[in-house]
Structure formats: structure tokens, C-alpha cells
Design a protein around this ligand. Sequence first.
Ligand SMILES: [Zn+2]
Length: 342
Amino acid sequence: MRSSNKHEIIESMKKRPHLFILGAGATKATIPNGDKNGRQSPVMDNFLQEIGLSDLLKEVILETQSNNVEAIYSELVENPKYINVVTEIENGIVSHYQQMELPDSPALYDYLILSLRKKDCIATFNWDPLLIQAYNRVNKITSDLPEMLFLHNCVEVGLCEDCKRFAPFHNKICPECGKAYKMPRLMFPTKNKNYSQDIFIQDQWRVLDYFLQNACIITIWGYSAPDSDLDAKDMMLKAFSKTFRKLDQIEIIDIADKDILANKWEPFVQETNYHLNIHRSLLDTLISEFPRRSIEGYTKRYVEGWWGNSTLTLKECMSFSKLRQLFEPLILNEKNNNYNVI
Ligand SMILES: [Zn+2]
């Protein structure tokens, strides 16, 4: 390969995005002891008990033996007799998540968002507002932050169906037409996940497709391999497929047993030529070694053949002023269009 040609390939590679895909485990890891007020992020099994709504089920007769809220909801939705119970469950879930708040000191979501840039993307399956709260906190340090996608909607998203625009739900009113924002629907029956009728979700998945095709690194955090959700399964197969995208590296962050994880991801991993790393924590991944420079660092090491180490790595900070200080050298360089690893 001519050296100028190789140089061009390396430079164009560095411009590719880093895509993060977040599941329930990511929020759990961000607030391991509950949120600011001790509120937990529930999991799908035992969900109604955890958020104090299990009494609602005393009024209904269910066929499903499952404790999974999606299974229960899917069955209730099909029975017109239970329309009020369905509404109460929907409202209870929204209200639980709307009250969730990040603790005051920097949390993993703050580190994650600040460690990526505008060309990158975080796509989450979570309904909670914590990612958006973190975005607003680190936005005070720099506005060059990743795009965020909410693949199953989020309680902090407000939607104007007339103008087809969305904004933070707490802004309340659409500035174009003056109508109140609607919160996109959170729950869909599993048998018939009619996402195609939801313009917000449709738009989010369309953008995700761009990132799946172009990402140089995909990191999947706290998300179990999907079995029942067909859209999600299709998306994962795309993410791992070498025919769909020129695959470089996949990282998985999960605290489950390594053998269980390896089994679970086996059908996907074959496609990647085993370019897969499994980590226990966000702080062990490429963004931690190369914050705001993950693709640059990866390219420098694995394509250009660099043997050095980054001198600026992610570490836990007790305050936002410490976090700002840590990132300052990188952000200063960015003002001069310098995105080199330091
Ligand atoms: Zn509007």
C-alpha cells in the first residue's frame, strides 16, 4: 500500500463513530445503591412488586405464570375488561421513572457521555431519565457530546406529533405550534410491538442504522442478548455481521459470569472473527483508556502499530470540578482541532 494511501485510510478511520448500546445493567451500574433518594431501577422480573404496584394484580386473573412485567402487560392489554388496570400500570411506571435522579457526585453516565464526542452515539433501551440528566451536567464542561437515541422511548422525551419534533419533556410546550408535548408510549405488548406506528421510535431506529453501519467500535453495556424482542435481535445481528458492516471491535460490559456471557453471545460472536472483549466495568474499556479519543487510540495502537500508553485515562472523580480538570487538556486541544491521543 502506498504510504499516502495508507495515511488517508487511517485518517478516515479516525472519523468513524463509537457506538454504545445500553441496557438495564448500565443504569444499575450507574446507581448501584439506588438513585439520589434511594430509588432503585427495577428489572423486568418482579417489576410491579419493586415499584409498589403489585396490589393492582389482585383485581385481575392472569393466565401467565410469569412475573415479568412485559408478559403481564401484554396479557392485560388484550382484555378490554382490564383497561383501567393497564392505564394504572402505565401511569405508575412513568411516575416511578420520572422521579429518578442522579446522585450529586459524578456517576458512570457522566463519565460515559463526557468520554465521547458529537460524532459518536449512545443508544439506550432504558426508560429512565438518568442519561439525559447526565448529559445536562457534563454539557457545562463541553457541548461537543454524543448523539443519544432512545430505542424504547424515555420518560424525559416530549413529542409534538403535529410538528414531528421532540425535546425534553419538562419543556412542556412545543415552541412551533404551542401544543403540549406528549410523552411517547413506553409499554408495547410483546406479541405485537407496533413500533412502526410510533414516529419517535421509528426515527431513533433509523438513525441507529447509520451508526451500526459506520461505527468502528460498538460497546454493549448491561444489555442481555435479546431473544423475544425481534427488532432488537435483528439490530444485534446487524451489529455483529461482517456483511453489513466493516467490523472492527466489539466490547461487552457485563457483570454476569464469563462462561454464561460467552454462551449467550456465541451465535453473534462467530461473525466478528472473535474481535470481542468482555469487561466487568465501564472503567475497563477503550473509552476509559482513551477518553474522547477511543477511535483515535484504537487506530493508533492496532492499525498504526503504536506501543505507547495514553497519559490521560478516565478515573473516578469526587466532584464535577475535578472531572472538568481531568478533561481540560483534551478539550483545550479540541479547540485547535487537535484530536491526538495524549
Ligand atoms: Zn408542535
